[in-house]
Design a protein around this ligand. Structure first.
Ligand SMILES: [Zn+2]
Length: 126
């Protein structure tokens, strides 16, 4: 009889562990919108052109014209430039200028160079 209780306890513990593992996985499946940098549940985030958008900004992305306002090379030793660009994007967003960052790759002299492009929304008056 004791053996049965132990077996049930082990199964129960295993069940509880797998439940909490599921919860952890659910919490971690969040995505960040590239425009507003808010965190959204992965099920509500829309992926397009390997970028993720919240519902609101996905519509904006599809219905707007974007241009590269600024670029920087992400070469080793030049990490600061991408941080500066990221901060600029954040502060521009707060002031109503929407944009997103996207990295692109090109080969030069056998080396892969990563470029971070800052896209901005073209205003309708331009
Ligand atoms: Zn958004």
């Amino acid at each position: 009889m004791i053996a049965v209780y132990i077996a049930i306890t082990i199964i129960l513990v295993a069940f509880l562990i797998s439940q909490s593992m599921n919860k952890i996985q659910k919490v971690s499946s969040k995505s960040i919108c590239v425009i507003c940098d808010d965190v959204f549940d992965e099920s509500t985030v829309i992926e397009e052109d390997s970028l993720s958008f919240c519902k609101e900004h996905y519509q904006l992305y599809k219905n707007s014209i974007w241009f590269i306002a600024e670029s920087c090379e992400c070469s080793p030793g030049n990490e600061e430039a991408s941080v500066v660009l990221f901060n600029k994007k954040i502060s521009n967003f707060k002031q109503g200028t929407l944009g997103f960052l996207r990295s692109s790759y090109k080969e030069s002299n056998g080396q892969i160079i990563t470029t971070l492009d800052y896209y901005q929304k073209k205003s309708p008056t331009e």
